[in-house]
Design a protein around this ligand. Structure first.
Ligand SMILES: Nc1ncnc2c1ncn2[C@@H]1O[C@H](COP(=O)(O)OP(=O)(O)OP(=O)(O)O)[C@@H](O)[C@H]1O
Ligand SMILES: [Mg+2]
Length: 244
C-alpha cells in the first residue's frame, strides 16, 4: 500500500469523476471515498447515476477524473486489471453464469488466484456464509431462486478475495427476511474479513444502517454527504428516501 493511502486511510478515493454514454453525460464531477475497511453507500432516485458510478469505478464506462484504489490510480485501466488489484463488482441483475453449477461459478470467481489450497478453504467459507449454496453446489445457477442467485453472485465476488466489494442493489427482488439476513452477512464479512464495500441500494434505511458514510446523488451530482447517522437524520433525506 502506498504511503498516500496509509496516511489518508482511504481504500477508494474518487475525485472529479465524469462519465458518459456516447454523447450523453451522466456524471458531472463526483468526489467520494470508501475508508479503509469502511462501507460507503450511494443513495439517489432512479436514473440519478448510481449504477453508472459503480461502472465508472470498475472501468466499464468512459470516464474522466481520478479513481484511486489503495493509493493506486485505476482510472483508465482495463476492468480485468482493476479486478486483479482487488476490486470485485456484483452488478445489478446479478451476473452469475446461468448454465454453470454453483461450484463452477465460485471457481470462476477465483480465476485470478493461484493459491489452490486456499481456494478450497474459501469454498467452505462461502458455504458457511450461505448454507443454501452448499446444498445446491451441483445445481445449475440458472435454476436457483432469485435470492439464491444473489447469494451466489456475492459469494462469487468474494472468491476473488477482494479488498473492495462493489454491490449494485443487493436486495433487489429478495423477500424482506432474506434481505435482513443478507445485510447481516455483509456486515460480518466486512468486519471479519476487513473487506471494504461500496453499496448502492434502493432500501435507504437498510443501506444507512450498514454503511458508515453516505452520499446522495441527484442527476449526476453529489448534493449531500457525511456520516450515515447525519444523513439519516437529515429532514429532506427522511422525507424523500426514508418515508417518514
Ligand atoms: N448504456 C447506456 N446508454 C445510454 N444511457 C444510459 C446507459 N445506461 C444508463 N444510461 C442513462 O444514464 C442515467 C443514469 O443511469 P443509471 O443506471 O446510472 O441510474 P441509477 O441511479 O442506477 O438508476 P436506478 O435506481 O433506476 O438503477 C439514466 O438517465 C440512464 O438512462
Ligand atoms: Mg441502477
Amino acid at each position: 500500500m502506498s504511503s498516500h493511502a496509509m496516511a489518508g486511510g482511504k481504500l477508494l478515493e474518487v475525485r472529479g469523476l465524469h462519465a458518459q454514454y456516447g454523447a450523453t453525460r451522466v456524471l458531472h464531477g463526483l468526489d467520494f471515498e470508501v475508508a479503509s475497511g469502511g462501507i460507503t453507500t450511494i443513495l439517489g432516485a432512479n436514473g440519478a447515476g448510481k449504477t453508472t458510478t459503480l461502472r465508472a469505478v470498475c472501468g466499464m464506462v468512459k470516464t474522466q477524473g481520478e479513481v484511486l484504489l489503495a493509493g493506486t490510480r485505476i482510472d483508465g485501466m482495463a476492468t480485468e486489471n482493476i479486478v486483479r488489484l482487488g476490486l470485485a463488482h456484483v452488478p445489478d441483475g446479478r451476473g452469475t453464469f446461468l448454465n454453470l453449477s454453483v461450484e463452477e461459478n465460485l471457481k470462476l470467481g477465483a480465476y485470478t488466484r493461484h493459491d489452490h489450497a486456499d481456494i478450497q478453504v474459501d469454498y467452505d467459507r462461502m458455504y458457511g456464509y450461505f448454507p443454501r449454496l452448499r446444498e445446491r453446489r451441483r445445481q445449475q445457477a440458472g435454476t436457483l431462486s432469485g435470492g439464491e442467485q444473489q447469494m451466489l453472485a456475492i459469494a462469487r465476488a468474494l472468491m476473488l478475495r477482494p479488498r473492495l466489494l462493489v454491490l449494485d442493489e443487493p436486495s433487489f427482488g429478495l423477500a424482506p427476511l432474506l434481505v435482513q439476513s443478507l445485510f447481516e452477512h455483509l456486515r460480518v464479512i466486512n468486519q471479519r474479513d476487513h473487506i471494504g464495500m461500496l453499496v448502492v441500494e434502493q432500501n435507504a434505511a437498510l443501506a444507512l444502517k450498514l454503511a458508515d458514510h453516505a452520499y446522495l446523488l441527484e442527476t449526476g451530482h453529489v448534493v449531500m454527504s457525511g456520516p450515515s447517522d447525519t444523513i439519516r437524520n437529515n429532514e429532506s433525506v427522511r422525507r424523500s428516501y426514508l418515508g417518514y
